[in-house]
Design a protein around this ligand. Structure first.
Ligand code: NDP
Ligand code: GDR
Length: 372
């Protein structure tokens, strides 16, 4: 039986990857951070009572900033595969906390690689690094492939650039089986609420049910290549099953603007939108409502406004991936389209919004979050 260690197991990708590896018969170990409230919601459905005989999922407290903790865990667990998915993963937040982001997203990777090497496991333990399309930043060619030059545009991307190269370096210097997956944006109903797709699907579902009245957005001209997280974690596992370690771009090869994604999500709720005005004055107004999923919305309602607070000091305007190498070498193809992913996210957020609307109608408190 293979043993895997996942950093970031409580995040979007970590939860899907843990499911996949359990299905494949792995013993899965995950590092979770100590927090003042529960942070395991995404993996609660696969939690196994440690008092039961032979649990296949085991959680350990730890942190990517803590060298001795990581070294001890790797020495005790002796994993065959390490998936480094843990990160301060929000690009806008990295401008607010650049040093912490560098420590976790850059140095954290070095700590893991060095622990594997120091423990003499460099020939037995395979390593996956969660690299990112943000490395391309100010893009030098379109579409972006494994050979496109990098030009990072945020403290997050600069930290991830270090991790990309230190992973390549440990492969070349010590013969480690270490891979970078250069993943383009991928989403799901488990996506963090402050990333743009989830902010949109959740925000519009709340507006449809009368729990909110407007979405406040940043740069809706930004272009992204959005896939489904389930497809992308499958590829993370595939990358560690090859004869030779290598780096791969994972993307759909299709591009949409944030504005397109807003319109696509609204359409899933039976809301037709028209955008008008320019720059900070642009708004999204309801022109037609064609279903009973949005009882609180009427034609003429302004449901999208621009708020400069969500603009970034340096923006990544356009990303479009070329997944040819993944298709040709690994036989990987995404199975879920951007539209299908959007529909799944809207359906899930609508279910929650309906539940909250019902609670509100009967005089109960509805959970609200100040985060956006
Ligand atoms: P999430 O933000 O959903 O998950 C991040 C995970 O990292 C969480 O489990 C979080 O724990 C954990 N984490 C944060 N800080 C630390 C720390 N100091 N020590 C240990 N763990 C920590 O991200 P995703 O699942 O979306 O992404 C997974 C990885 O892939 C990340 O590295 C991200 O940068 C990268 N990536 C993501 C893409 C995407 O589109 N989703 C695209 C390309 C790369 P907690 O739950 O406690 O916050
Ligand atoms: P990104 O994802 O920065 O690409 O990083 P995000 O969803 O945060 O932004 C995508 C684009 O949308 C624009 N945008 C907004 N973004 C947010 N979050 N909130 C808004 O209100 C808003 N309005 C417009 C952004 O400016 C941006 O252009 C994600 C993360 O998962 C990274 O960890 C990962 O490495 C990359 O994807 C690939």
């Amino acid at each position: 039986m293979k043993r895997a260690l996942i950093t970031g197991i409580t995040g979007q990708d970590g939860s899907y990857l843990a499911e996949l590896l359990l299905e494949k018969g792995y013993e899965v170990h995950g590092i979770k951070r100590r927090a003042s409230s529960f942070n395991t919601q995404r993996i609660d459905h696969i939690y196994q009572d440690p008092h039961e005989p032979n649990p296949q999922l085991k959680l350990h407290y730890g942190d990517l900033t803590d060298t001795s903790n990581l070294t001890r865990l790797i020495s005790e667990i002796k994993p065959d595969e390490v998936y480094n998915l843990g990160a301060q993963s929000h690009v806008a937040v990295s401008f607010e906390s650049p040093e912490y982001t560098a420590d976790v997203d850059g140095m954290g990777t070095l700590r893991l690689l060095e622990a594997i090497r120091f423990l003499g496991m460099e020939k037995t333990c395979r390593f996956y690094q969660a690299s990112t399309s943000e490395l391309y930043g100010l893009v030098q060619e379109t579409p972006q492939s494994e050979t496109t030059p990098f030009y990072p545009r945020s403290p997050y991307a600069v930290a991830k650039l270090y991790s990309y190269w230190i992973t390549v370096n440990y492969r070349e210097a010590y013969g480690m089986y270490a891979c970078n997956g250069i993943l383009f944006n991928h989403e799901s109903p488990r996506r963090g609420e402050t990333f743009v797709t989830r902010k949109i699907t959740r925000g519009l579902a709340n507006i449809a049910q009368g729990l909110d009245d407007c979405l406040h957005m940043g740069n809706i001209d930004a272009l992204r290549d959005w896939g489904h997280a389930k497809d992308y974690v499958r590829m993370q596992w595939m990358m560690l099953q090859q004869d030779k370690a290598d780096d791969f771009v994972i993307a759909t090869g299709k591009q949409y603007s944030v504005r397109d994604f807003i319109a696509m999500s609204a359409a899933e709720l039976g809301i037709e939108l028209a955008f008008s005005g320019e720059g900070l004055e642009e708004t999204g107004t309801v022109t037609r409502v064609t279903s009973d999923m949005a009882p609180a919305v009427s034609p003429g309602d302004v449901v999208v406004r621009i708020d400069p607070r969500y603009f970034r000091p340096a923006e990544v305007e356009t990303l479009l991936g070329d997944p040819t190498k993944a298709r040709e070498v690994l036989g990987w193809e995404p199975q879920i389209t951007t539209q299908q992913m959007c529909a799944e996210m809207v359906a899930e957020d609508l279910r929650t919004a309906r539940r909250h609307a019902l609670l509100k109608e009967h005089g109960y408190d509805v959970p609200v979050s100040s985060e956006n």
